[in-house]
Design a protein around this ligand. Structure first.
Ligand code: GRF
Length: 194
């Protein structure tokens, strides 16, 4: 069973999922592997980690396409070479077209650094601080055509501490993301028909 992970940057969530797979934390029966990591940026740091772990990588640079539709079609072609049972967005910073989302319906997951439905979109940690939230966190959800919506599969909660900067909060949340996302992927795989 192939999993494809899409990244744009540091790829620390992708790395957490790869490590979980390598360590057999999903159990033998799941028999799934991260087949490829695809980035829309050639300079995404996570590509190095993937290569070092023997995973195929590809870059589909959105700047090389005249429309979102054309970019998404190229992305789909790259992904579908591996016939994945699951496509995982991990810090993938492009808005996807309805056609892309429909193509992977039911097998497309994202992690978002807020307790959805609060704070969809960008700058989630600063917005949580500005609102005076006492708790923040992250959400793993199914991807639908509407940004940062879709059925919630898992959430992790952290406290907001006195004097936190957005960076402090982001780091505290990210640590929890690294625990939650591999677990949510495992759970998703367990629920697949055999
Ligand atoms: C994470 O906070 C994730 O929730 C958000 O972007 C960040 C990606 O970090 N979507 P990384 O690339 O996984 O290190």
């Amino acid at each position: 069973k192939n999993i494809v992970i899409l990244i744009s940057g540091s790829g620390s969530n992708m790395a957490a999922i790869v490590r979980a797979a390598e360590q057999g934390r999903w159990g033998e029966r799941l028999n799934a592997r991260v087949a490829t990591v695809v980035s829309n940026r050639a300079d995404a740091e996570g590509l190095r980690f993937a290569k070092d772990h023997g995973i195929a990588t590809a870059v589909v640079d959105h700047k090389g396409f005249s429309s979102r539709e054309a970019f998404d079609e190229a992305l789909m072609a790259e992904i579908d070479r591996f016939e994945p049972v699951l496509v995982v967005l991990a810090g993938f910073m492009r808005i996807l077209t309805p056609a892309f989302v429909a193509h992977y319906e039911g097998r497309l997951l994202n992690i978002h650094p807020s307790l959805l439905p609060a704070f969809p979109g960008l700058n989630t940690h600063q917005r949580a601080l500005d609102a005076g939230c006492q708790f923040a966190g992250a959400t793993v959800h199914q991807v639908t055509a509407e940004l940062d919506h879709g059925h919630i599969l898992a959430q992790a909660v952290v406290p907001v501490l006195q004097g936190d900067s957005a960076e402090d909060l982001a780091a505290r949340v990210l640590t929890q993301e690294h625990l939650m996302y591999p677990r949510a992927v495992a759970e998703f795989l367990r629920n697949l028909p055999l």
